[in-house]
Ligand binder design. Structure first.
Ligand SMILES: NC(=O)c1ccc[n+]([C@@H]2O[C@H](COP(=O)([O-])OP(=O)(O)OC[C@H]3O[C@@H](n4cnc5c(N)ncnc54)[C@H](O)[C@@H]3O)[C@@H](O)[C@H]2O)c1
Length: 333
């Protein structure tokens, strides 16, 4: 347990609950608060793809096998679908549904999905006096130098901009409704079980893990020992979500370890865990303006949420290995 909140007999909405973070939340409540009522709302995947070749939504039924709560297939862009939520009175809303692919450049669809729907979700939280914890992102910082600090944002893509606008909407909504509890969590690079179905957009931990299990030399951008990210294990993300429910102060918070690690270190830790010695193959980084270093400032997250990351990269990868092994070679469609 991360705090003293008893979620038993509470009604909890998880939008995007068939996705990576949302489905982990659903199981967290099911396992720790068996008398909580959890409702997953997600459009799931269909065959539609963006011009970048990735699916338009990544929700997958396999993330929810074993889940006993309510599952509603609905689109947050569709008022008729959202009306299905009118049958409930929510105590907590974890709003995870979004186009999570940072390399989608269709600004209209990103803004409609990530921003317009937020107004509707906030209206539900206001109607029900539900605590709102929503997913923001490290992408709000763009390529600003580390440490990434709340209050200094400069998004560099439509996805990052959409989250930046969500944070502003939340701030304004709180001014108009000071009794509400609304917390935005800026997740950095999350990895862990139930991300597999994000395919190309899943973390480098599982992608490199599966390359190694294929017997292939892990492939990284040239200079990957100097490209750093603030990687965060899913259990620490769950910790932040739960602690956000009794935050000392509303606002946006970084969810990360505060300790940058390189992509090379991921490959090396994986090879160590999987007992291989394949070396590394390097190729040129095709991206202009690539972020070379993220390191979150998590002081306010520590202070107001009581957040304390528990998983180093070594510990997170070790915990994740059985799942990486189990999924290796399984159908991803
Ligand atoms: N995973 C990360 O590293 C990371 C980092 C920063 C922020 N985030 C944010 O956290 C949240 C969860 O991310 P995730 O990694 O679990 O991604 P995900 O893609 O696995 O989950 C998002 C879910 O939203 C659903 N969805 C998409 N469009 C929808 C729509 N129009 N209506 C209903 N459902 C819809 C998808 O089907 C999917 O199940 C997202 O808001 C994402 O932007 C994630």
């Amino acid at each position: 347990m991360y705090n003293n909140i008893d979620f038993n007999n509470k009604t909890i909405l998880i939008t995007g609950g068939a996705g990576f973070i949302g489905s982990n939340l659903a199981f967290y409540f099911q396992e720790n608060f068996p008398n909580s009522k959890v409702i997953v709302f997600d459009c799931f995947r269909n065959n539609e793809i963006f011009p970048n070749g990735n699916l338009k939504s990544f929700g997958h039924y396999k993330n929810l096998i074993g889940f006993k709560g309510d599952v509603i297939c609905g689109n947050i862009n569709n008022q008729v679908d959202l009306a299905l939520l009118g049958d409930y009175k929510f105590d907590y809303i974890f709003h995870q549904a979004a186009i999570s692919d940072t390399r989608v450049y269709d600004q209209e669809i990103i803004m409609k999905t990530n921003v317009n729907s937020f107004h509707d979700l906030l209206a539900i939280s206001k109607k029900d006096s539900a605590v709102m914890v929503y997913a923001s992102s490290a992408a709000t910082y763009g390529n600003l130098p580390s440490p990434q600090t709340v209050g200094k944002e400069s998004p560099e893509n439509p996805y990052g901009f959409s989250k930046y606008i969500m944070d502003q909407i939340a701030t304004r909504y709180l001014k108009e409704n000071p009794d509400l509890s609304i917390v935005g969590l800026r997740f950095f690079n999350v990895y862990g079980p139930r991300e597999y179905y994000k395919a190309n957009t899943s973390s480098m931990v599982i992608q490199l893990g599966h390359q190694i299990l294929d017997g292939k030399i892990p492939r990284l951008f040239k200079g990957s020992d100097q490209i750093f990210r603030d990687f965060i294990y899913i259990d620490d993300v769950l910790q932040a979500c739960i602690k956000a429910c009794d935050s000392k102060q509303n606002g946006s918070y970084n969810v990360a370890t505060g300790i940058p690690r390189s992509f090379q270190e991921i490959a090396d830790i994986l090879q160590n865990e999987l007992d291989t010695d394949l070396g590394t193959e390097y190729f040129s980084n095709p991206y202009d303006g690539y972020q070379m270093n993220t390191k979150a400032d998590i002081l306010s997250t520590r202070k107001n949420l009581g957040f304390m990351p528990r998983f180093s990269l070594e510990k997170g990868i070790k915990a994740y290995i059985p799942e990486i092994l189990r999924l290796h070679g399984t159908d991803i469609s």
